[in-house]
Design a protein around this ligand. Structure first.
Ligand SMILES: Cc1ncc(COP(=O)(O)O)c(C=O)c1O
Length: 369
């Protein structure tokens, strides 16, 4: 295996144990029938930043409500960024995460855009090691489950003036989770949103900040009311070019085997799953083209049969087939409406690497325990 060996890098984080952790029976109960993001472990990792002292007081402490002043800047001006990654329990008992340095680097880029201090990759990695080691018993083992890790930064200055917060908290919480979409690999339907955008040129689309997701909620309600599962956003300048879903990147598989995906243009999130899938597809000798894709072209392609499959991808939902696309003036079924062979094969290849069922020839899996 080419993975990074487990290292004991947790010295920097002092541990304050939860005096009332879940009992074995309570934990076993909470690890049953897992959905996504509803249950949390006994501890959280934390580092405090101040403008005067920089990053200090690395610790793991009991999971629980935060004491925030009502004037804290995050509550008013949304100075917040976050990440999402998973820890997987392998059959040999080891615990791995998938390309976590990518999440550390993206958190730094997001922080820069939101005028938050950048947490070093070392602190990020150390926080993962410290929390996962302490809450190891919470890592679920049932198929398709994992420990979802949610690192985030919030501005906590007690000041209503508009300026970058001089006090910031980095927090890492962990959630034993099952599949994001219930019911197996079932195709989802997507509504193409023409009235609302999640990002515009020069905005925060490439950053993983809470505000982007808040902006996507109203369109998501509209899509649900029309009977669609997810929203596909178009670019804000021309309203014609595909960008991404509220929480996933998108891929289009053509009949000739060419795969298209929107180019990283500053408006969409550069998904870790997206770049990994590009590599996996190319290594299967499929041609992947990153470019602007218009809605008109997509619709024509689906109608003519030139577009064979569409799938969405991201850490939470992994690879999800898209079966139907609609907007005010059209509704089309993609291919047969079921998951296609390229989608299923890349999903299997990726999850086999993540869960240790296939050799990780890329060195993507980072060993935690
Ligand atoms: C808007 C958006 N696009 C794409 C992704 C996929 O990114 P990743 O594969 O790194 O999870 C996510 C999920 O994190 C997202 O929130």
């Amino acid at each position: 295996m080419t993975d990074t060996a487990a290292s004991s890098t947790t010295e920097a984080f002092r541990v304050v144990r939860n005096p009332n952790p879940a009992t074995d029976a309570e934990r076993a109960e909470r690890l049953k029938d897992l959905a996504f993001g509803t249950r949390f472990t006994d501890h959280m990792a934390r580092v405090t930043w101040t403008a005067d002292e920089g990053w200090t007081d690395r610790r793991v402490e009991p999971y629980g409500p935060l004491l925030l002043d009502p004037a804290a800047s995050v509550l008013h001006y949304a100075q917040e960024v976050f990440e999402g990654l998973k820890a997987y329990r392998w059959a040999d008992g080891s615990v791995r995460t998938f390309r976590p340095e990518r999440n550390a680097e993206r958190l730094q880029r997001s922080a820069w855009r939101l005028a938050l201090p950048e947490l070093s990759t070392e602190d990020f990695m150390d926080s993962l090691h410290a929390l996962v080691a302490l809450d190891e018993a919470w890592i679920p083992t049932a198929p398709e489950t994992s420990l979802y890790l949610r690192p985030f930064l919030i501005g906590t200055d007690i000041f209503l003036g508009l300026r970058p917060s001089k006090r910031v908290e980095y927090l890492l919480i962990a959630s034993p989770s099952g599949p994001y979409f219930t019911g197996g690999v079932k195709p989802v339907s997507i509504w193409v949103e023409r009235d609302f955008h999640r990002a515009g040129p020069g905005g925060t689309g490439a950053a993983k900040c809470g505000g982007n997701y808040a902006a996507a909620l109203r369109p998501q309600i509209g899509a649900s009311e029309r009977g669609y599962d997810q929203v596909l956003f178009l670019d804000a300048r021309t309203n014609a070019v595909l960008e991404e879903l509220g929480g996933m990147n998108v891929f289009i598989v053509q009949k000739d085997g060419t795969v298209l995906t929107p180019i990283i243009n500053g408006n969409i999130l550069e998904g870790v799953t997206r770049s990994s899938i590009i590599q996996l597809l190319e290594d299967q000798n499929l041609k992947v083209v990153e470019r602007d894709i218009t809605l008109a072209e997509l619709r024509e392609g689906i109608e003519s049969g030139e577009v064979a499959e569409i799938f969405a991808c991201g850490t939470a939902a992994v690879v999800t087939p898209v079966g139907r696309i609609g907007a005010e003036d059209f509704e089309v079924t993609v291919g047969s409406g079921d998951a296609g062979p390229v989608t299923l094969a890349v999903r299997e290849r990726l999850t086999d690497i993540q869960y240790g069922r296939a050799e990780d020839t890329y060195g993507w899996m980072h060993r935690i325990l």
